[in-house]
Design a binder for this molecule. Structure first.
Ligand SMILES: NC(=O)c1ccc[n+]([C@@H]2O[C@H](COP(=O)([O-])OP(=O)(O)OC[C@H]3O[C@@H](n4cnc5c(N)ncnc54)[C@H](OP(=O)(O)O)[C@@H]3O)[C@@H](O)[C@H]2O)c1
Length: 413
């Protein structure tokens, strides 16, 4: 459809404008109080010693490392004798790889020859034979092996790769999945190499975008095995090198449990389930698709969630009407009480390896990409998301002539 690209661009101009439930009248006492409480959100650094910040998070002291302490020259000096071999060029491979290259570090990419990732790497300027190789060659050449294959592929390729990860090399992951669930993945790390983790808290695309904007993504860092005594410093340096702004210390176990739990819960699965449940009830009670979508997704993502993200839950509550606030406070407890058993069930399923087993089995299938695409199409075809597409085609700033164009394509949405 000719109009497809245009609304995307227009969407960028949208702001989190107050909707029906959000009061635009500022300032008000509740809002002012929320604002005062909102900044700073945490007690600011209490101690700062050569790159280490001890910070209080709601009364719990944690150590945070930051990019400011690792300027580009220092990174280049630290890795001057290293070849960073990044294997796998999915979302993380793309983001981390391009950032490392822009940092002026010696990085090479290893992927299956002539697969989808190989083509993408070539498009991104990696040159076959120079800094783009097949997986095994890259691992042989590298001193820091960044295993960014899919988690299922990490398990599948391990028998071939393990002998190539020789003494003195460093093994790097962006997820604790493979070593933590080694009984299932069979990824038993060599005993004579440092094993570290840098797990960006977001998509590899965001890793790249934030880096290009001069900012950095939050990441977790961890050490699984420290042979040289330098593993932690390497993890911090790698974290900054791939484009992190702040690095939070964790363990491989905590990272993988929280990550698998979060993405199945509030980050993706849980929120999708909640959207669907609310939307379906509205539709079954006679509301139109646009009304059901606006009250379920649009207002949440465009107006209220950014307020939470910006300054916290109290800030969002304070920005809403007293009617909305009263009901939300009353019902939040009931939602929590009803959902908590499910979250416990989910955590157990992560902890006992069920989620890992499911992921390995499903994602090892030859046709896993096609199967996912079928499921994505089923989601795309749900009425809620078709209605959403139509709603998104109507940003407030739309020019009248564009509206005409879009209405003509309406039935195709
Ligand atoms: N995506 C995220 O948001 C995110 C965030 C934090 C951490 N992580 C972690 O980062 C790591 C990489 O994740 P990702 O999302 O970037 O990538 P992904 O989509 O899970 O994996 C894609 C890469 O794996 C390769 N691959 C798949 N099967 C293979 C096989 N049998 N042999 C060789 N290569 C194979 C693909 O190559 P082909 O194109 O040739 O198939 C592609 O380069 C994972 O450990 C993940 O948990 C991801």
């Amino acid at each position: 459809m000719a109009s497809r690209g245009l609304p995307r661009a227009l969407r960028l101009t949208r702001v989190a404008a107050p909707r029906s439930v959000v009061s635009a009248a500022l300032p008000r006492p509740a809002l002012a109080k929320a604002a005062a409480n909102a900044i700073p959100r945490v007690s600011l650094p209490t101690t700062a010693v050569r790159g280490v910040k001890n910070m209080s998070f709601a009364g719990h002291s944690e150590t945070v490392y930051e990019r400011e302490d690792w300027p580009r020259e220092k990174l280049q000096e630290f890795f001057k004798n290293d070849t960073l071999a990044l294997i796998g060029y999915g979302s993380q491979g793309h983001g981390q790889g391009l950032n490392l290259r822009d940092q002026g570090l010696n990085v090479i990419v290893g992927v299956r020859k002539d697969g989808a990732s190989w083509k993408e790497a070539v498009q991104d300027g990696w040159v076959p034979g120079k800094n783009l190789f097949d997986v095994n060659t890259a691992v042989e050449k590298g001193t820091v092996i960044m295993n960014l294959l899919s988690d299922a592929a990490q398990s599948e390729t391990w028998p071939t790769l393990k002998p190539l990860i020789t003494k003195g090399k460093t093994l790097y992951f962006s997820h604790g999945f493979s070593p933590v669930f080694k009984d299932l993945t069979k990824v038993e790390v060599p005993t004579d190499v440092d094993v570290i983790l840098v797990a960006p808290k977001g998509s590899g695309r965001t890793v790249r975008t934030l880096f290009r904007e001069g900012r950095g993504i939050n990441s977790s860092i961890a050490v699984y095995q420290d042979v040289t005594g330098q593993a932690k410093e390497k993890a911090i340096a790698m974290g900054v090198a791939v484009g992190s702004g702040y690095l939070y210390e964790t363990t491989f176990e905590k990272e993988v449990y929280s990550d698998l739990y979060g993405e199945r819960g509030c980050l993706m699965g849980g929120i999708h389930g909640m959207f669907l449940a609310q939307y379906e009830v509205l539709r079954e009670r006679g509301h139109t698709p646009s009304e059901a979508f606006n009250e379920t997704v649009e207002e949440a993502t465009q107006s209220l969630y950014p307020l939470i993200g910006g300054n916290g839950m109290d800030w969002m509550y304070a920005a809403c009407s007293t009617t909305a606030r009263r009901g939300a406070i009353d019902w939040s407890g009931r939602f929590k009480d009803n959902l908590k058993p499910l979250f416990n069930e989910l955590y157990d399923s992560v902890r006992d390896g069920s989620e890992t087993k499911r992921s390995l089995e499903y994602n090892s299938q030859k046709d896993y990409r096609e199967k996912y695409e079928k499921e994505m199409q089923e989601i795309r075809d749900l009425e809620i998301w078709r209605a959403g597409k139509a709603v998104r085609y109507l940003p407030p700033s739309r020019e009248p002539e564009i509206n005409v164009m879009l209405y003509q394509g309406w039935e195709k949405l």
